[in-house]
Design a protein around this ligand. Structure first.
Ligand SMILES: [Zn+2]
Length: 109
């Protein structure tokens, strides 16, 4: 079972207490965007076998959205952090790189 720590209330929440919200850190496009950018925003998602950044909601707890970094292959959770960020915290990326040498996230080294 997936166990994630809510960064707002500190509770270790089981998967049944949470609601999955898909990929984290999507760049949103609206009116005025090119068809290509808008199509990518609506339909294209990462689907890695490995480290993935996801949105979760502590639905049966404080109700807030947060982000989690976990491995889709092993279910190892690297960490969770508040949703009001545009990219994962540096210390979390360093933790992931220490455990997964060579890991890169988008254009960040
Ligand atoms: Zn919570």
């Amino acid at each position: 079972m997936l166990l994630l720590t809510c960064p707002y209330c500190g509770v270790d929440a089981e998967e049944t207490e949470l609601h999955a919200g898909g990929e984290a850190h999507l760049k949103r496009f609206g009116p005025g965007a090119s068809d290509e950018d808008f199509t990518a925003y609506l339909f294209h998602r990462e689907n890695p076998k490995g480290v993935h950044f996801e949105r979760w909601r502590h639905a049966n707890g404080c109700g807030k959205w947060f982000h989690a970094a976990r491995c889709t292959n092993t279910l190892e959770v690297f960490g969770t952090y508040k949703a009001q960020t545009t990219e994962p915290p540096k210390d979390l990326l360093d933790t992931i790189r220490a455990k997964r040498p060579g890991f890169r996230w988008r254009d960040l080294a």
